[in-house]
Structures are given as structure tokens and as C-alpha cells.
Design a protein around this ligand. Structure first.
Ligand SMILES: [Mg+2]
Length: 397
């Protein structure tokens, strides 16, 4: 069997998402996805990645991954790696379809326990376009349903109660980001520190310890400011602090470790196996939040997961991107005994994800269940495909 076409797609309403459809000469079709500046990734697929894999055996994923590892951009989640990630996910979809098994079966089957989820408290328009900043939070949206970002900023206690009613016992919020935007996160005033703690206090007042709280810092802070925030969070029994700093300098990350400090989750933007190895071997993180649509795909992500497990670090695959990203992450976390929890975003899952694809894993209360369809189990909806923009149509053999 050979790869006969590679088509990238970008929908004008979701410009940060890119899809890639790979077809074989025997008519098997695989779907992949990546996220962030979708058309830029699509151009790279059309220009290089697509043509270079035509005629190859789709089951030779390692070989294809190596052939798409570029001289520049190979060790970051830049355009080249995002393209490689989307292609790799599509190849796993093809592999599952050929074997007539869901991907998690190819990974060894379901683990012995239900897959717990947490809710990332974003809104429906969150980060649909452009770069990560409060300008892309979609706060202009006037609806209130599933506007969990507005809810955590204004009334986090009620939001926590609502999530508990649904059976969701963990939530992620980012109440400090706006303050970081004042001065590129170089320092935090005591007033802002107190204001950032307020939603967390409201959650504890409303539901006590029944809700696990993740505090996302989006790598916006200097090590000094991040440390002040993390020390202030010590009293709140935080489940984890995510991406406190850009860990370019690992000694800075080390300065945030220590007795009583909140655990650190990190890794969604990492695409270097060596970097993962260093982080887990030096005990710099507690949870690896890998993103398979950014790190080089499932083929690379499995290497990351293996390194994490061997060094006592749990994994928690990233979402807050798109429905295929959630699904491939769920295949991994469903099959991996070392998966701590799976990220989900109910504002996306219940509103726009189902308009793009069908077959997304089911959220049942506080758990996620992946179906038993062959491959990913997810396919693009025909009505979504109709108005999709195809960038320079197929790369056909
Ligand atoms: Mg994150």
C-alpha cells in the first residue's frame, strides 16, 4: 500500500486549525490535525511535507517521521513539526483502519481504570484565532452558555458547583494572566497577587476540597514572579501549576521546586525528546502535558510517554486545540496506565467540536470514553468539509 495523496485543509472560521487528509492507493483515508496558524502549516505541507511522502508505505511511520525531520525547526513545535505531527496522526488513523482496530488497541488496549478528565475553563471563542493573549480570549461573545473563562473570572465558586454537578472534579483556570500582560510578567504587585488568588478562594469557599484546581500560568512570568505566585498558592492545595515560566534555563525551573511548593505540569509546547529526558531525569516537573499535534505526532509522543513513566512523571495529554487533538490524546491516555488525567474543554466539546467532526470520545460525567471504531474513530463532517478552504488542492501522485 502506498500514499497517493496528501491534502491540507483550513476552514476560514477556524484559522488556527489545520487538517490533513492522507489517502492511500487502496482508498484508505486518514485524518490528522494540528493547531496554531493553520494556513502556515498547510503551506508547508503543500510545499514540502506532502510531496515528500507520496509513494511511501503509510505504515512506515518512523521512517516517514525521520524523513520529515527538517534541518531547521526539528526540535520545536514550529511549523515543520506541527506539519509532521498532523501527518503522523493521519498515518495512525490509517494504521488503525488497516488493522480494523482503534488506535488504543494498537497501543496495547485500555488501561485498567477509567480515564479521569478535567475541564479547562475557556469560552467558546477562546483562542480560535491569532496568538495566545487576552485579545484572543473571545470575551466579546455575548452568550453566557459555557463561557467558563468569564465565569471563573467573575464567579468561580458557582462555576465549580456547576462542574461538580456534572461529575467533573477538576478545573483549570488562569486568573493571573491579565496581570502578566501589564509588564511582560517581570513582576507581580501584592494587589494583583491577591486579586489572582480570589477566584481560587471562591472555589474553596463554595466547594471546599471537592474540586481539584489547576492554575495555568501560560509561561508568562519571570522566575521571581512565578515563585511568588507559587508560594502564595501553597495554602490552597493546588493540584498543579502549569507552565510557570518558559523553562529555557532549567536552573530557573529548579528554583521553583522545593518542599511544599505546588506540583508543576509542563510540556505541551515541547517537541524535543532530549528536552523531555532532561526535565524528567532532573525531576523538574511532576506531570508531562504533551500535545501530540505539536510534538511530532503519536510516534514521537510515545517516546515522551515512555521517558516520563521510566522517571516517575505522569502524563496528562493537552487539549484546548481541536477535536482530533483531543481524540488522539485520548487514545494515548486511555491506553497508558501512567496517564494521570485528560484535559477537556466543555465549551469547545459541546459547541463547535461536534460541528467539525463526528465520533469524538464520549464524556461521561468526570470520565472520557473512547469508542471502538477502527483508527481514530473520528471523521470530518461533510457539511463542514463543504465550505472548507483547500489550500492548493491535492498534492497528488
Ligand atoms: Mg497549558
Amino acid at each position: 500500500m502506498r500514499i497517493s495523496s496528501v491534502k491540507p485543509f483550513v476552514h476560514p472560521d477556524f484559522p488556527n486549525l489545520v487538517y490533513v487528509e492522507i489517502t492511500t492507493d487502496e482508498g484508505v483515508v486518514g485524518l490528522g490535525e494540528s493547531y496554531y496558524f493553520g494556513s502556515t502549516v498547510a503551506h508547508f505541507i503543500n510545499e514540502f511535507a506532502g510531496p515528500s511522502i507520496l509513494g511511501k508505505d503509510p505504515l512506515k511511520r518512523e521512517e516517514i517521521s525521520k524523513s520529515l525531520t527538517t534541518y531547521v525547526g526539528y526540535n520545536s513545535s514550529g511549523v515543520e513539526t506541527r506539519a509532521r505531527s498532523a501527518i503522523d496522526i493521519a498515518l495512525w488513523d490509517i494504521a488503525g483502519k488497516i488493522a480494523n482496530k482503534p488506535i488504543y488497541e494498537l497501543l496495547g488496549g485500555k488501561s485498567s481504570r477509567p480515564l479521569r478528565i478535567y475541564n479547562t475553563c475557556a469560552g467558546k471563542e477562546y483562542m480560535r484565532k491569532s496568538n495566545q493573549s487576552s485579545k484572543s480570549w473571545g470575551l466579546d461573545n455575548e452568550s453566557s452558555e459555557y463561557e467558563d473563562l468569564k465565569a471563573f473570572m467573575n464567579d468561580a465558586g458557582t462555576l465549580a458547583q456547576e462542574l461538580l454537578t456534572e461529575g467533573v472534579t477538576a478545573m483549570k483556570i488562569w486568573p493571573f494572566d491579565l496581570f502578566a500582560e501589564k509588564n511582560w510578567g517581570s513582576e507581580i504587585s501584592s494587589t494583583d497577587l491577591k486579586a489572582g488568588l480570589l477566584p481560587i478562594q471562591k472555589i474553596r469557599d463554595a466547594v471546599g476540597d471537592r474540586m481539584d484546581i489547576m492554575v495555568e500560568l501560560h509561561a508568562l512570568w519571570s522566575p521571581k514572579a512565578a515563585k511568588e505566585i507559587m508560594i502564595a498558592l501553597k495554602d490552597f492545595g493546588i493540584f498543579w501549576v502549569e507552565d510557570p515560566i518558559y523553562p529555557d534555563n532549567l536552573d530557573e525551573l529548579e528554583s521553583l521546586r522545593g518542599a511544599g511548593m505546588p506540583e508543576i505540569a509542563h510540556g505541551e509546547t515541547i517537541a524535543s525528546r532530549k528536552r523531555v529526558e532532561t526535565l524528567v531525569k532532573r525531576n523538574l516537573i511532576d506531570v508531562l502535558t504533551l500535545d501530540l499535534s505539536w510534538c511530532g505526532g503519536l510516534t514521537e509522543g510515545l517516546q515522551f510517554a515512555e521517558l516520563a513513566e521510566a522517571n516517575g512523571v505522569r502524563i496528562a495529554p493537552h487539549d484546548c486545540t481541536g477535536p482530533v487533538g483531543l481524540t488522539i490524546g485520548a487514545h494515548l491516555s486511555t491506553s497508558d496506565e501512567n496517564a494521570l488525567i485528560q484535559e477537556t474543554v466543555r465549551a469547545a466539546y459541546r459547541t463547535w467540536y461536534p460541528h467539525l467532526v463526528e465520533g469524538i470520545p464520549q464524556i461521561n460525567g468526570g470520565t472520557l470514553v473512547v469508542g471502538n471504531e477502527a483508527g481514530l474513530g473520528v471523521k470530518m463532517r461533510e457539511d463542514f468539509r463543504k465550505d472548507i478552504q483547500t489550500l492548493r488542492l491535492a498534492v497528488n501522485s
